[in-house]
Design a protein around this ligand. Structure first.
Ligand SMILES: [Cu+2]
Length: 328
């Protein structure tokens, strides 16, 4: 019966084992010092108790060495704990460049997913085992938090910007997904699952979904639909910055500042084109605020990224080739 009341969540990533190790060692250290201090409090209270009416306390001289020892040892232990924790934190929150990117939208009260191949899901996310997966996430309304205990990953999902986490599941199975940020009346029902499959099963699952277009393909179609090409065409005479090769580069802005071209910057430029205007260009671009859904924004951004060869996720997506076919 205890199987249904697990004290600790499943471990389905390498990170999970590392996080658990850290937790248990920290717990052991805290327990050791708590017991040590509690025991000494009791021992000293008895050992140095007042033995007669009118007895007055006296000063006990201790050497400087005792002070140094009990300051330096905890310092070393705490610094060790800090660096160990920081190492795991950095690993957990820096998606590796070769991770395959999936798009996640949180909204009251559901999780929406889109696979790079174009497949869409609600509240369930199918992924292959042994594959590094990066989730780029945003919210359509309030703050949510994407939490899969078995993977030991959790990150806030915020309206108006992208956040990411990544994981690599090392075993197949179904793992519960929670929203870990109180987000309204039905917050507690904002649950789902991540279904980790064998790669060949995943391929079959993807094929069965028959998506109309890949994410980049949809982005390309939007680029054409909103005639972005009238200004953003690859020519120095263009009225807008050339998008080819721009991803990941630092560009100078009209106010003298500079910015690195990433998903959040491209997003801002689509919604608020004049907020960070590239130097040398006129503020001609209209805003697309309210015209694009979060999903469409992400597709458009993925397409813009794919225009830069070698930009992180554009290579691993077979998507680039596929999209051309489905367009014609
Ligand atoms: Cu939520």
């Amino acid at each position: 019966m205890w199987k249904n009341f697990p004290l600790f969540p499943d471990k389905a990533t390498e990170l999970a084992a590392e996080v658990d190790q850290l937790t248990f060692v920290f717990l052991a250290i805290a327990l050791f010092f708590s017991l040590l201090v509690a025991t000494l409090v009791i021992y000293f209270a008895i050992r140095y108790r007042r033995r007669s009416e009118g007895q007055i306390g006296e000063t006990e001289e201790t050497g400087i060495w005792l002070e140094i020892v009990w300051s330096v040892i905890p310092l070393v232990i705490l610094l060790g704990m800090f660096f160990w924790g920081a190492k795991i934190y950095i690993k957990a929150y820096r998606p590796p460049a070769d991770a395959v990117e999936y798009f996640v939208t949180g909204k009251q009260w559901m999780w929406k997913f889109q696979h790079p191949e174009g497949n869409r899901e609600i509240n369930h996310l199918h992924v292959p085992v042994g594959q590094r997966i990066r989730l780029t996430m945003t919210s359509e309304d309030v703050i949510h938090s994407f939490f899969v205990p078995a993977f030991r990953v959790k990150a806030d999902v915020l309206p108006g910007r992208f956040t990411s986490i990544w994981f690599e599941a090392n075993k197949t199975g179904t793992f519960t997904l929670f929203c870990a940020e109180f987000c309204g009346a039905e917050h507690s029902q904002m649950m789902g699952s991540v279904i980790v499959m064998e790669p060949q099963d995943y391929e079959q699952w993807l094929a069965a979904g028959q998506p109309e277009q890949t994410v980049i393909g949809s982005g390309e179609a939007l680029f054409a639909k909103y005639v972005c090409n009238t200004c953003h065409f690859p020519d120095s005479a263009a009225r807008a910055p050339i998008l080819q090769g721009i991803w990941g580069k630092e560009v100078a802005l009209s106010d003298g500042e500079s910015v690195v071209v990433d998903a959040n910057y491209v997003r801002e430029s689509i919604l608020e084109p004049t907020a960070k205007l590239v130097k040398g260009y006129q503020p001609l671009m209209p805003t697309y605020q309210g015209q694009l859904s979060e999903e469409e924004l992400f597709q458009l951004i993925s397409y813009v990224r794919s225009l830069t060869s070698g930009a992180a996720e554009s290579e691993d997506s077979v998507a680039v080739g596929d999209s051309k076919e489905s367009e014609e």
